[in-house]
Design a protein around this ligand. Structure first.
Ligand code: SAM
Length: 292
């Protein structure tokens, strides 16, 4: 069931799966041109913590509200974009109608049809919880398409992060939708932001990743594991990577392989199973390989 907001007696309450009903998470302070506006601060996890090194079949916001304070090093994630059209009718199509051209068959996934304002507020809710849960200097790395890029960069900052930049995933020839009389949809984007000052480390990543996905994919909107392997290099040894929208588990597999701790959520039965099987088959790299 997709989560939604309900309003009773003027108090916003979160209505997801039955066990996830609770008071809506408050917003982090907003920095409006240097003026800090404290709408309502989040200081404590709202629910008991889910264990790390597991993929939980719970709503993303439920997992995010459970993270202990200052417990994560990176949120590496890829939310449903609720994109794929400008109008209600187009957005409400299934994910395969919106995102797949040609005859390929993939299992649809859930929660991808919010209107634009709902999507912004929803992203703000989980990003604010992640802001609370990241260690100082921790980073958010979030995939997004061209339609939602401006909204995401706004919302990331509204949730209290310092926007650090935008990297590009070049899907490469043969892996993107051609556009008659226009530019091909060849890229997706990677928004990254930090909780305050970045730590002093010597890791350098490219600004453009050229990465071709193998066919058939394991998820309708799978991301390349080689990119994820590079991105998790930003996490210090022993650090924790979270993915709130795990899909087939690509980012968590990269974290586990790298010997990091990991934690994630995926609501959909099918993709939760695919990711769980993939994670179970993944062994952390031997220590000597990690040092190389
Ligand atoms: C864009 S896909 C992630 C794909 C992933 N990066 C991969 O490589 O497989 C987003 C996933 O989030 C899941 N999802 C959507 N809403 C969710 C929610 N509220 N909580 C947890 N998972 C959710 C969907 O089922 C979908 O599999």
């Amino acid at each position: 069931m997709c989560p939604q907001w309900a309003h009773r007696q003027g108090v916003a309450r979160w209505v997801g799966p039955a066990e996830n009903v609770g008071v809506a998470p408050a917003s982090a302070p907003l920095n409006l041109n240097g003026i800090i506006v404290n709408i309502a601060s989040i200081t404590e996890p709202a629910v008991p913590a889910y264990p790390f090194n597991q993929l939980h079949q719970v709503d993303a916001l439920q997992l995010a509200t459970s993270f202990p304070n200052a417990s994560l090093d990176m949120l590496l994630t890829d939310p449903p974009y609720s994109s794929g059209g400008l109008h209600v009718g187009q957005r409400a199509q299934t994910t395969s109608q919106k995102y797949i051209s040609g005859n390929a068959q993939y299992q649809d996934f859930t929660c991808d049809n919010m209107d634009q304002r709902s999507w912004s507020f929803w992203c703000h809710a989980w990003l604010s919880q992640v802001n609370r849960a990241l260690k100082p200097g921790g980073v958010v790395v979030c995939f997004i398409d061209w339609r939602q890029l401006p909204t995401l960069t706004d919302v990331v900052q509204a949730a209290g992060f310092i926007l650090r930049g935008i990297a590009v995933w070049d899907k490469t020839a043969g892996r993107f939708r051609p556009r008659r009389n226009g530019f091909g949809q060849q890229a997706e984007f990677i928004v990254w932001a930090s909780k305050g000052k970045l730590p002093e480390r010597e890791v350098y990543l490219p600004g453009v990743f050229q990465a071709k996905l193998g066919i058939p994919k394991q998820h309708l909107t799978e991301k390349p594991i080689d990119m994820a392997r590079q991105i998790v290099r930003l996490v210090p040894p022993g650090g924790v990577v979270a993915d709130l929208f795990a899909g087939c588990g690509t980012f968590l597999v990269a974290a586990k392989e790298a010997g990091l701790q990991w934690v994630g959520s995926e609501l959909d039965d099918h993709y939760h199973q695919v990711a769980s099987d993939r994670l179970a088959r993944t062994a952390p790299a031997p220590l000597q390989d990690l040092a190389a």
